[in-house]
Design a protein around this ligand. Structure first.
Ligand SMILES: C[S@@+](CC[C@H](N)C(=O)[O-])C[C@H]1O[C@@H](n2cnc3c(N)ncnc32)[C@H](O)[C@@H]1O
Length: 293
């Protein structure tokens, strides 16, 4: 393409979309828009009102660098802009947290179906990362209080920042530690977790973008289920009578995780599909007869 003398917003979007498409980036146009909006300090949808506006050299230089890092280094857009929307909440993300995924909204939807609108309830979010799950649920349920844990202090700092920015920090307690360790002996009405569930050997075949995400947020060990299994097996002791657990999984893990929930004495076990109809979440409920009342 011959470079125009003056680059407008639309010129830059067209050129960059083509460039990203050639590199095999599936969301080429969306990525171009997000990065240009970030370079110009504006909102993505405002670009549509400014297609003919010339872009100055200093702004183009900022944009070029973002395009280079997206195209050549395959850094995810969210890590370049420092922001990702999840459940319509603007979340800050850094290299210390997983970029929240749309499939995790399946877990949020399933959780909301279990949480009455105004009834007080206690949530545990294990492996909270950016805080995505806990914050989405707190934003929807005003009487909900949550404990969110992570092994990564850096991730907890991001979750804290997000909770404060969203005005939800007074109902969220953040604790550092391994799986259920930080909440031993406590009871929750809902336990939710999107733990690392990839097997180590899967690293080779993954999209290059995943190299920018913390390995500790993605990989569980040789099997992939090293964290899902203790989360499922230990749920019975943490759930209040009729409390429920929701775990995000890779589709092939559904039968094994359902089996562990059954073995832990949970009832009403089921699988929830994502929008692409893949099994993404398993859930189970503690029967009232299962212990303390
Ligand atoms: C897949 S990310 C999910 C982040 C966030 N909940 C979300 O859905 O976007 C998994 C998170 O679990 C944390 N994690 C890994 N191992 C853990 C463990 N043994 N105990 C608690 N958290 C753990 C990671 O640091 C990471 O933040």
């Amino acid at each position: 393409m011959t470079a125009p003398v003056t680059w407008t917003v639309l010129d830059l979007l067209r050129w960059t979309t083509g460039h990203f498409q050639k590199l095999g980036i599936a969301t080429a146009r969306l990525d171009a828009e997000c990065l240009l909006a970030h370079a110009l300090g504006t909102e993505r949808l405002r670009l549509y009102l400014e297609f003919d506006k010339p872009v100055e050299e200093a702004e183009r230089a900022r944009f070029r660098e973002l395009v280079r890092r997206r195209g050549a280094d395959r850094v995810p857009v969210a890590h370049l802009t420092g922001r990702r929307e999840f459940w319509s909440l603007p979340l800050r993300v850094t290299k210390d947290v997983l970029v929240p995924r749309p499939e995790t909204e399946t877990l949020v939807e399933a959780a909301l179906a279990l949480l009455a609108k105004d009834a007080p309830a206690r949530l545990l979010d294990v492996g909270t990362g950016s805080g995505a799950i806990a914050l989405a649920l707190l934003s929807e349920r005003p009487a909900l209080r949550a404990v969110a844990t992570d092994v990564s202090p850096a991730a907890l700092a991001v979750a804290r920042e997000n909770a404060e920015a969203l005005g939800l920090a007074d109902r969220l307690e953040l604790r550092e530690g391994f799986l259920y360790g930080p909440v031993a002996g406590e009871r929750f009405d809902l336990v939710a977790s999107n733990p690392p569930y990839l097997a180590d050997a899967e690293a080779a075949g993954l999209a290059p973008e995943l190299a920018s995400e913390p390995p500790g947020a993605l990989f569980a060990g040789p099997e992939g289920t090293e964290l899902l299994r203790p989360l499922a097996e230990g749920a019975g002791e943490l759930l209040s009578p009729e409390g429920a657990i929701l775990l995000e999984i890779a589709p092939a893990q559904a039968p094994a995780v359902l089996g562990w929930l059954h073995a832990a004495g949970l009832a009403e076990t089921r699988v929830h599909d994502d929008l692409a109809r893949r099994p993404r979440v398993v859930s189970g409920r503690r029967a009232r007869s299962g212990g303390d009342a």
